[in-house]
Design a protein around this ligand. Sequence first.
Ligand SMILES: Cc1cc2nc3c(=O)[nH]c(=O)nc-3n(C[C@H](O)[C@H](O)[C@H](O)COP(=O)(O)O)c2cc1C
Length: 370
Amino acid sequence: MRTAATTMLGIDVPIFAFSHCRDVVVEVSKAGGFGCLGAGYYTKEQLKEELRWIDDHIGGKPYGVDVLMPNKHVALGEVKVDLNALPQAQTLFLRKLLDDAGVPPLPPGEAEEMIRKEVTKVNMTREESEALFDVCLEHPIKMVVNALGTPSKEQIERMHSRGIKVGALVGKPEHAIRQKEAGVDMIVAQGSEAGGHTGSISSMVLWPAVIDAVGDLPVLAAGGIGRGKQMAAALALGAAGIWCGSIWLGTKQSDLLPEEKEALFRGKPEDAIQSKSRTGKPARVLRSKLTEAWEKPGAPPYLPMPLQTIVTMEARLRINRGKAISYMSPPVGQVVGQMNEETTVKQLIYDILNEFSDAVEQLNKVVEAE
Ligand SMILES: Cc1cc2nc3c(=O)[nH]c(=O)nc-3n(C[C@H](O)[C@H](O)[C@H](O)COP(=O)(O)O)c2cc1C
């Protein structure tokens, strides 16, 4: 297939995968698409290790990273959080909820170390994010995608001088125009159906509006795509490719726990709800007893990012260790309703392309039919 996106990056099919999991990134790129590693939740050392592993396994195929590229407009925290001085109301609320549900507490003596280990992966300061970015530049990446704010001209030039393309996730046409003016090479227009942090405009309305707004800049369609008919719709609306995040979560290559996958396979589209319970910002996650508890009268207020992520870490570790499926709330989009059993990345791409091809044939028949 040939689109502006495949030509720009030298790939065979315009299927882009966002994933925190290196195995997914490698499989997608090896299948002819473009894997993009979500690098926001790694320490510098872990990210080095992940990218080295990708370089060793990807067979020279193109891949990218999705990283925060903070500039002065981006309100990242600037101070290290003191674990001993966190607000207590949220922690006590979650402890009681899980105690009442019979979810075992973390092993005494190890709990603090376990929580601390997870918390160090949350990049909170500008310096930490920039350090991750520097790690990425030591690897043969073909594109950096940024989901937060507009990169500065210097950051874009730094990447362009190394032959690296720059992409940006947007949820509004105005943001896309700002990104274009800053000099990015590709826009990812993410509709509100998507998993993770989202805006409020749905894909069907957002994609053509962004495509019209940015003229000849390639736009990838994101949010609510997990099968070929949806890919055909996106390309029919003028997208240069598709950018999917949720659909890979249910594959063998995904590193979610088997219980989390099970919870996803049971989920219906309406179970992917917007909730502030995970990060303090509206993010689409799987509805669970945990998200429901946060919505009930008497629940403590949500804290701003990154505090909400930090105060909920103990509960998440407890839920995962206790395999408490009905309390699991991984981020996922409305395509969760299409995810019913474990498959492989390769099979998924094959199925998407097969159905895409049928859908295009069907459309052609409609046009020819007259
Ligand atoms: C589990 C999960 C985590 C995500 N985390 C990020 C992130 O850290 N940075 C980012 O740019 N996008 C993130 N996203 C959004 C994806 O990049 C993508 O735009 C979105 O998943 C597309 O919609 P879909 O979920 O319907 O496929 C995340 C999505 C999911 C499902």
